[in-house]
Design a protein around this ligand. Structure first.
Ligand SMILES: [Zn+2]
Length: 291
């Protein structure tokens, strides 16, 4: 039967909970109790990466926004990048983003709007507006390792932009750049830059799929900027402080914290507090293996 997943509870049930998962939850609960939220007062830029916002996660996003608003100013993705590059981080800032372009991101955007917060949505043009269930199911299962969910269509992408959100590229069809050839990467970058510039008017931001350093390469990083993008994001945890030396957008390694709204709030906060506590100028740069 053709059925899209719409609830986080169903997703949790569909994924086997590993023993390691239990151990992590216990460790995080212990750590979060002993950690102080005062670290969040540290001037810095934190990028949050939300993935899915299922129906039963909407209230949690609202609660998280209320909590974050106490200590942070919400800024757009482009403004967050600018703050780092100009070394003008004078208080705690948070910006938001989301990858893969699930249709439920539209609800996330509506909730962010209520807090005057803006996000950058990294999309795969090859799946935007797809309505064939089998194709969606295959893409979700084989490429995202995720149950079938609906994707945004181009009208909805337009709507996000009208609301003041930004759109970025996540490759045409969620390419694992570490496993692709130089030619495949270059072609994909050029195509996604062209398609998204046509659809969205202009294009600046890129986030590579899967998000960990081992999913990326120096060839990939070069191709991102050669294609015309001006920023490149990971999904490696960490926050940003003013750089020690002048920094160009090509050198900036944007770190984003993957946040699942279904997690316990104390776990979400634990990661942010830990980032603030260990904030380092080195976070602004790619590791040496990328040079
Ligand atoms: Zn992705």
């Amino acid at each position: 039967m053709e059925q899209f997943m719409t609830r986080y509870e169903d997703l949790k049930r569909s994924k086997k909970r590993t023993l390691r998962g239990y151990a992590r939850d216990l460790a995080l609960t212990g750590l979060s109790l002993s950690t102080s939220e005062k670290y969040l007062d540290k001037p810095r830029v934190q990028f949050l990466y939300l993935h899915h916002i299922f129906q039963d996660e909407e209230k949690r996003l609202d609660a998280l926004m209320k909590k974050l608003a106490k200590q942070h100013q919400f800024i757009s993705y482009s403004d967050a990048v600018e703050k780092i590059l100009t070394g003008s981080i004078d208080k705690p800032y948070i910006t938001f983003s989301s990858d893969d372009g699930f249709k439920n991101n539209l609800r996330a955007a509506e909730i962010l709007n209520e807090y005057n917060a803006r996000a950058c949505f990294f999309i795969n043009p090859g799946i935007v507006g797809e309505t064939n269930f089998d194709k969606i199911n295959r893409f979700c299962k084989e490429i995202l390792d995720f149950p079938a969910v609906e994707f945004l269509n181009w009208d909805e992408v337009d709507k996000l932009q009208q609301w003041g959100h930004e759109i970025g590229s996540h490759t045409m069809m969620h390419m694992n750049i570490a496993k692709a050839t130089a030619a495949e990467i270059t072609d994909d970058m050029a195509q996604t830059y062209r398609v998204l510039t046509e659809k969205c008017g202009s294009m600046k931001h890129f986030a590579f799929p899967y998000g960990r350093f081992f999913h990326f390469s120096e060839v990939g990083r070069k191709a991102v900027f050669d294609a015309g993008f001006t920023t490149c994001a990971t999904a490696e945890r960490g926050c940003h402080t003013n750089p020690a030396l002048p920094l160009t957008s090509k050198e900036l390694c944007i770190r984003r914290d993957h946040t699942v709204l279904g997690w316990d709030m104390s776990h979400i906060m634990y990661f942010l507090i830990n980032n603030a506590k260990h904030a380092s100028v080195n976070n602004n740069l790619y590791p040496d293996t990328f040079k």
